[in-house]
Each structure stands twice: as structure tokens, then as C-alpha cells.
Write a protein that binds this ligand. Structure first.
Ligand code: SF4
Length: 97
């Protein structure tokens, strides 16, 4: 794990509006390098932390709804997140038909 003092939240291209569940994130005080790392090892380590995070559902929903495409969110790898986002968009389009 990196020794830098950045938090995961500081790396998130999110919103100016406070998102209360982020205060309870298991990754709140962990370097964002793991969540936005480029190696499978980074992702695996991030997913182990996500797996015990008390706000995993909120994080996952937020990531999908806000269209995140990079990094590990809500105990989903980047590829899983992209698939979940596509599935959500398909579902939304189908519901408007
Ligand atoms: S689910 Fe993972 S990425 Fe989301 S807040 Fe928890 S530890 Fe962080």
C-alpha cells in the first residue's frame, strides 16, 4: 500500500454535493491507488476491502447511477462495473418502451 496521504474520496470525480455514506467507507483512509490501480493485484486488494465495507450497496448504486467507468467501486471490478452500467441502461431504456 502506498504511503501517500490521499484518500479514495479525494480521487473520486464525483460531485460537489456531500454524499453522507462516504464517511463510512472502508476505503476512506486508504490510498486510492488500489481502487484506481492498473494491476490485477491492486484490484484484488481493493475488492478484499470492498467485501467488508458497510456501505458497499450505496457505493455500487452511486457508481452505476453516476456513470463511473474507471476503478473499483462497490465490490465490482472495473469490467464488472461497466457491465452493470450497461445492464442498467438497457433496463432503463426497456422500461420506457
Ligand atoms: S464498497 Fe469499496 S469502493 Fe465503495 S466505499 Fe466501500 S471500500 Fe470504498
Amino acid at each position: 500500500m502506498s504511503n501517500d496521504s490521499r484518500s479514495w474520496q479525494s480521487a473520486m470525480p464525483l460531485t460537489d454535493v456531500p454524499v453522507p455514506w462516504m464517511d463510512s467507507a472502508a476505503c476512506a483512509n486508504v490510498s486510492p491507488d488500489l481502487w484506481f490501480g492498473e494491476t490485477r493485484q491492486d484490484s484484488t486488494r481493493a475488492l478484499k476491502i470492498c467485501a467488508v465495507c458497510p456501505v458497499v450497496a450505496e457505493c455500487r448504486e452511486y457508481a452505476i447511477e453516476s456513470g463511473q467507468r474507471w476503478g473499483t467501486w462497490g465490490n465490482l471490478s472495473q469490467d464488472e462495473l461497466r457491465h452493470a452500467s450497461v445492464a442498467r441502461n438497457v433496463s432503463k431504456k426497456a422500461s420506457t418502451l
